[in-house]
Design a protein around this ligand. Structure first.
Ligand SMILES: C[S@@+](CC[C@H](N)C(=O)[O-])C[C@H]1O[C@@H](n2cnc3c(N)ncnc32)[C@H](O)[C@@H]1O
Length: 242
C-alpha cells in the first residue's frame, strides 16, 4: 500500500531543505518570510540565527513544547514504518537510508523544540491556520508552504487550496508551494485547477524545477505572484519556465 496518513502530522525539515525546496537565493533570505504550516521544521530557528525575518504559522503552536514533543514521538514510528514499507517512493541520494532520515528529522525537530519557547514569545511562531490568517495585506515578501498544500490533497479539498492560496497571496507578494505531489508520490489533482483559477484571476503562476527531490518525482514548486500593474498575466506567461 502506498504511503498514506490518517491526519496531517507534525514533521520537520531542515533549513537547507527549505532553501533547496524553494530555491531560495541569498536575496530571498533577506526578505520578510511567512512559513505556513511550518510545524516542527528547523527553518525559522536557523534563519533567525542567521539574522533573517521569519514568522511561522501552524495550529500546533497553540500547544506547549512538551505537548508538541509528545505528538512528534507518537508520529515518528508510524512515519518511519511507512517510509520503510514504501522506500521505492523516495530518492535515497542525499539522505541514504531510512535510519539516517530518522536521525536527521529528529535533530531538526529537537532544534525547533529548543527554539520554540523563545520564538513563541518573540511572535515568530503563531498559532494560526490557513485559510484565515491574521496579518494585514502585503505583510511579507515571500510565503512558503512546505508539505501541507498539495501533499495532503486527500485531506484538503480544492476549495481549501484555493482559499488558502488566496489568503497567502493577500498577505505576501509571492507564494511558493512545495511539493506538487501528494502522499504516495503521485501528482496532486489540485495543481492544474489551482493554476487555472489563479491565472484566470490575473496572477502569474509558474511551475519551477528546484534542486531538491526526496519524494520520487517531487522536484518542482509552484510560484504564484500578483501581477504588477501595467503587466498582464498573458505577457508574463510567455516568459514563464516550464
Ligand atoms: C507535514 S508537516 C510539514 C512541516 C514543515 N512545513 C516541513 O515541511 O517540514 C504539516 C504541518 O501542517 C500543519 N497544518 C495542518 N493544517 C494546517 C492549516 N490549516 N494551516 C496551517 N498549518 C496547518 C500541521 O500542524 C503540520 O505541522
Amino acid at each position: 500500500m502506498a504511503f498514506e496518513l490518517k491526519q496531517i502530522v507534525p514533521w520537520g525539515r531542515s533549513f537547507q531543505e527549505y532553501v533547496d525546496m524553494f530555491a531560495l537565493s541569498e536575496d530571498d533570505l533577506t526578505k520578510p518570510i511567512l512559513g505556513c504550516g511550518d510545524g516542527p521544521a528547523g527553518f525559522n530557528a536557523e534563519l533567525t540565527r542567521r539574522g533573517g525575518t521569519v514568522v511561522s504559522v501552524d495550529p500546533i503552536y497553540a500547544f506547549g513544547a512538551e505537548e508538541i514533543r509528545r505528538r512528534i514521538d507518537e508520529t515518528f514510528d508510524e512515519v518511519m514504518r511507512q517510509t520503510r514499507q514504501n522506500e521505492h517512493e523516495f530518492v535515497w541520494d542525499h539522505i541514504r537510508s531510512v535510519g539516517e532520515l530518522g536521525k536527521m528529522r529528529m535533530a531538526v525537530m529537537r532544534d525547533f523544540l529548543e527554539d520554540f519557547p523563545q520564538g513563541r514569545s518573540d511572535g515568530r511562531y503563531l498559532p494560526q491556520s490557513a485559510p484565515t490568517l491574521d496579518f494585514p495585506d502585503d505583510s511579507f515578501s515571500l510565503a512558503l508552504s512546505s508539505h501541507l498544500l498539495f501533499l495532503y490533497s486527500g485531506h484538503l479539498d480544492l476549495k481549501f487550496h484555493i482559499e488558502a492560496i488566496a489568503e497567502l497571496c493577500r498577505v505576501s507578494e509571492e507564494v511558493r508551494i512545495f511539493p506538487l505531489l501528494q502522499l504516495g508520490a503521485t501528482p496532486s489533482l489540485h495543481v492544474e485547477p489551482v493554476t487555472e483559477h489563479f491565472r484566470a484571476a490575473s496572477y502569474e503562476v509558474k511551475r519551477v524545477h528546484v534542486p531538491y527531490e526526496f519524494q520520487r518525482g517531487g522536484n518542482q514548486m509552484l510560484k504564484i505572484r500578483k501581477v504588477e500593474q501595467g503587466l498582464t498575466a498573458d505577457t508574463l506567461d510567455g516568459a514563464a519556465e516550464g
